[in-house]
Design a protein around this ligand. Structure first.
Ligand code: BES
Ligand code: ZN
Length: 617
């Protein structure tokens, strides 16, 4: 159907634009969207929302400027849990005809609106449901300041449709303007040009002049203040956290400069970060112009700021050049991890990036072992039709993706690799790519028909086959190799005193924790904890890794800290392994359920849905 449409267009009109579309098809079939963008596409959104904290509702209208490419008689939007009040077309005030399709638990309902060939705008009056999956409504107790409520959205992967009717596919882009009304003492900010401070009216205007896909629509509302880092970077946080946040992220400006030096100009104007409450289910989310981050990256020593490098890198890999469907997720994350480590190398030195590469390799090995080397989700190109895209979003996309790019770099040399990537971003700016289109581009612009080179890095195997390919680059960090010998000596004679003076950085300590034997006596655990203080550490990465040993080895001294952590922190990467470890024994599972009962109200839907399944709630 898609190809038929393209052929027809070529026959009827001058073909140049369609040729480009055929080459880099922005509108590939997306199994996670009901929309039919090859017939009618959204181009621009005017969004007007009122935020009601008492009712937990967003109410208002989404007015979409559309291009009816095929003279279609209807346009289809994705919705999930939305209450549609009415619909109108172009400048008419009259109600237009629409139907909501049958409900799919995962995808929601198709909203089909009758249009004619001249319709250039459709407006949908609607409200969200109080349990909209993208939105988390927090009471004052769940914030840092404890005085005001807070709200944030998380749209990736297919949750934008739970707070606005949209063509919810990463292959479809639009610009947007928004007006958001909030209670007077709160500030609203979005993935757009943002206000610097609160105003009396509580009404905020936003402009996102660059075309973005729906999964990058984002809104946060809370008692937020802004602090500049330099001319184009800054931090939003609750007043009590602002100073610490600005200190932690002081290198943001340097990171943007470094990224530009590597792969071309930053295209989004400002780069700011907002620190959310600890229930935020991710480490970070690359919402354009305004990265959302968990407060668990604020360790007090800048040891976890590579997360900012990661989200910043998405301003190129992801936000500028976007995966066409969630099957192509590795194009977003694998490229971003590669780019992240290049920024880290430039700003913090090679040893730091090497350490992170080794930690990434460890994570990849763990995921491979968990899934099994022949599991279909260990392929870079995924097949997620009929499944929740979240299921495929594992370390495979991140780390196997990263090591594939490292293998390419090793094969062609850094200079050619960098020239290739820079051109890749420039040529596909504001477009989406499928894995197939990337492979074609790679062939034409890097491998250049060099069969020997193509055989050497076996692109097919990396992308379409499960497991770890034979040509996997080796990750080595000299500092970590030293720790390996420390651990060997330690296993012979458990003496922890003085160890800390050799292992000062968070990276080294994290590596040590990961290298400890799975089975440890309570006395060993006690000695290590006395030396390093992992149970009470303010570094959430160390806490989470250490608590896994504590649970497995029944180091019960840590139990209160584990419970406090699980109740406070909603970051999925930390809490899922912890609950999984707890659920390993009957007694542990009872404990997990008890803690979860208290913790669940604090989690965002993307976290509690997974843990409900895990603990069979
Ligand atoms: N875009 C992702 C977060 C995401 C992935 C949200 C899939 C929804 C579905 C973000 O860029 C990310 O990768 N975050 C990581 C941090 C990073 C340093 C690896 C995270 O949250 O842990
Ligand atoms: Zn990412």
């Amino acid at each position: 159907m898609k190809y038929f449409f393209l052929l027809l267009c070529c026959a009827l009109t001058s073909c140049s634009q369609n040729k480009r579309l055929a080459e880099v098809n922005q509108y590939s079939d997306d199994p996670h969207s009901f929309s039919k963008p090859s017939e009618v596409q959204v181009k621009h959104l005017d969004l007007n929302l009122q935020v009601d904290f008492d009712k937990k509702l967003l109410t208002g209208k989404a007015s979409w400027t559309i291009a009816n490419l095929s003279g279609a008689d209807s346009i289809i939007f994705d919705t999930r849990g939305l209450e549609i009040e009415r619909v109108s077309l172009s400048d008419s005030t009259e109600n237009a005809e629409y139907v909501l399709g049958p409900e799919d638990k995962l995808l929601g309902k198709a909203l089909k609106i009758k249009i004619n060939k001249d319709t250039d705008r459709v407006t949908v009056w609607y409200s969200t449901s109080p349990d909209a999956a993208a939105v988390q409504w927090l009471n004052p107790q769940q914030t840092a300041g404890k005085k005001h409520p807070f709200l944030f959205t998380q749209s990736q992967a297919i949750l934008a449709r739970t707070w606005l009717p949209c063509q919810d596919s990463p292959g479809i882009r639009f610009t947007y303007n928004a007006t958001v009304s909030v209670p007077k003492d709160l500030l609203a900010i979005m993935s757009a040009e943002n206000p610097l401070k609160k105003n009396e009216a509580g009404i905020y205007q936003f402009i996102q002049p660059k075309a973005i896909p729906s999964y990058l629509m984002a809104l946060a509302v809370g008692d937020l203040e802004f602090k500049a880092i330099d001319d184009r970077t800054g931090v939003y946080a609750e007043p009590v956290s602002l100073k610490a946040a600005a200190w932690e992220f002081a290198d943001m400006g340097k990171m943007v400069n470094s990224a530009e030096k590597l792969y071309g100009p930053y295209q989004w104007g400002r780069y700011d970060v907002v620190v959310l409450p600890p229930s935020f289910p991710f480490g970070g989310m690359e919402n354009p112009m305004l990265t959302f981050v968990t407060p668990t990256v604020i360790a007090g020593d800048r040891s976890l700021v590579s997360l900012i490098a990661h989200e910043l890198a998405h301003s190129w890999s992801g936000n500028l050049v976007t995966n066409a469907t969630w099957d192509d997720f590795w194009l977003n994350e694998g490229f971003t991890v590669y780019f992240e480590r290049r920024i880290v190398e430039d700003v913090y030195g090679e040893e730091e990036s090497k350490m992170q590469e080794v930690l990434g390799h460890e994570a990849l090995k763990e995921t491979m072992a968990d899934l099994g080397h022949s599991h279909e989700d260990t392929r870079l190109h995924l097949e997620l039709a009929g499944r929740d895209p979240d299921e495929g979003m594992t370390d495979i996309a991140y780390e196997k993706g990263y090591f594939f790019l490292r293998a390419l770099e090793d094969a062609v040399g850094r200079e050619r690799m960098d020239a290739f990537l820079k051109e890749y971003f420039a040529k596909h700016a504001f477009q989406s790519l499928t894995t197939e289109q990337f492979v074609t581009y790679l062939d034409q612009h890097l491998l250049n028909g060099d069969e020997a080179l193509r055989a050497k890095i076996s692109v097919e195997e990396w992308i379409y086959k499960p497991g770890i390919p034979a040509g996997m680059p080796v990750a080595v960090s000299n500092q970590f190799s030293l720790i390996d010998s420390v651990v060997i000596a330690w296993k012979k004679e458990v003496r922890s005193e003085g160890l800390k003076s050799h292992l000062k950085s968070a990276n080294e300590q994290l590596y040590l924790i990961k290298r400890l034997p799975q089975s440890l006596s309570v006395s060993d655990m006690t000695k290590i904890d006395q030396e390093f203080g992992f149970t009470q550490s303010g570094n959430a990465e160390l806490n989470a890794a250490w608590f896994l040993h504590a649970i497995r080895n029944q180091y019960q001294v840590a139990n209160p800290a584990i419970e406090e952590f699980l109740i406070r922190v909603g970051r999925r990467k930390f809490i899922i392994p912890l609950y999984t470890e707890m659920a390993g024994t009957d007694e542990g599972k009872r404990w997990a359920k008890k803690v979860y009962k208290q913790a669940r109200p604090n989690y965002h839907s993307v976290s509690y849905n997974t843990i409900d399944d895990l603990l069979e709630n």
